[in-house]
Design a protein around this ligand. Structure first.
Ligand code: 8YV
Length: 316
């Protein structure tokens, strides 16, 4: 008789969807790292038994943690972005990293368009106006129209394309900046970021986070976007210099911003909370039941694929 394969042990960095965790626990042993009182003592005692890290794009996996786990084989992540995961360290160690690409493109694009329309047509501001009883004493100011405006997409990947398709339906003209021109789209390509920002009425950030895009949008870029321009960020907070953005919004350097992501979530710069020309959402880009389920399914397929079939489905 052969003995059953030992259960792989996962170090979970933060709470994932309860139904996903329950599914994982049917096969794997889960250690809830965020509940551990003394992480270094815990690692001293248990590091050798960890086979994989289970995490998300937000919780990430730092280089020190990856280094501290001598038998680590995989980092399985919930989310498409992996800037918070030390992928280079993992690769050097021969550790597989997986993410959940593809399944969230449409929902993230929907969220982008929702907050773009919101800031442009002043929807949240109008909602506050009605709730505050201000309608009784006057009319709500007019907004600019969406049709005919230029939507400048920074990062024309799959999500960028899903956004482009949607805003075209609103009569916007799409332009983009990307590391390289795409030969499968015929939107106007701008070789420089500044060139795109100057042309755009709405600048939509869809680039990955990480060192290559850190504070890509600073004071100079906001000046290029200009006083009629809106910034829409559903990428990562790190892509924008938040202090420069606060100043630009206060000074009228740009017209407004719609932000789903922040540099230090869940902290939001206090100065943004009082501004009427800013729409703020709590990183809900992919936040629908259907998409989170699809992400959970792909997470699980990667986990099981790696440990049961020797091959992850969507390695990074
Ligand atoms: C998730 C995301 O909210 O996929 C990403 O990169 O930022 C979002 O879809 C996050 O990864 C997990 O909660």
């Amino acid at each position: 008789m052969t003995s059953p394969a030992p259960t792989a042990q996962l170090l979970m960095i933060g709470p994932l969807l309860p139904a996903l965790v329950a599914r994982i626990e049917q096969t794997y042993r889960v250690h809830r790292f965020w509940e551990v009182d003394d992480p270094s003592a815990w690692l001293q005692a248990n590091a050798g038994s960890i086979d994989a890290i289970a995490t998300s794009g937000v919780f990430g996996a730092k280089a020190e943690l990856i280094e501290a786990l001598p038998n680590l084989k995989a980092v399985i992540s919930f989310g498409v972005g992996y800037d918070a995961i030390a992928v280079d360290t993992a690769k050097k160690r021969g550790v597989t990293v997986t993410n959940t690409p593809g399944v969230l493109d449409n929902c993230v694009a929907d969220t982008t368009v929702a907050i773009l329309l919101d800031v442009g047509r002043r929807i949240s501001e109008a909602d506050r106006f009605v709730r505050a009883g201000e309608w009784q004493s006057g009319r709500f100011p007019l907004a600019g129209s969406i049709g005919g405006k230029v939507c400048g997409i920074v990062g024309m990947g799959n999500i960028g394309r899903a956004i482009a398709k949607r805003v075209e339906a609103f009569g916007m003209t799409v332009a983009y900046h990307n590391r390289r021109r795409r030969d499968d789209v015929d939107y106007a390509y701008h070789e420089t970021l500044e060139g795109l920002l100057e042309a755009a009425d709405y600048a939509v950030l869809v680039v990955p986070g990480g060192s290559s895009t850190d504070k890509l949008i600073g004071a100079e870029q906001l000046r290029a976007l200009g006083p009629e321009g809106y910034l829409v960020n559903i990428a990562r907070g790190s892509v924008v210099d938040e202090q420069a953005l606060v100043e630009a919004l206060h000074n009228g350097t740009i017209a407004g911003a719609a932000l789903d992501v922040f540099a230090d979530e869940p902290q939001v710069p206090a100065e943004l909370l009082t501004l009427n020309n800013v729409v703020l959402t709590p990183h809900i880009g992919s936040g629908t039941h259907e998409t989170r389920q699809a992400m959970a399914d792909l997470f699980f397929a990667n986990l099981d694929g790696f440990f049961k079939h020797g091959k992850a489905v969507t390695p990074v």
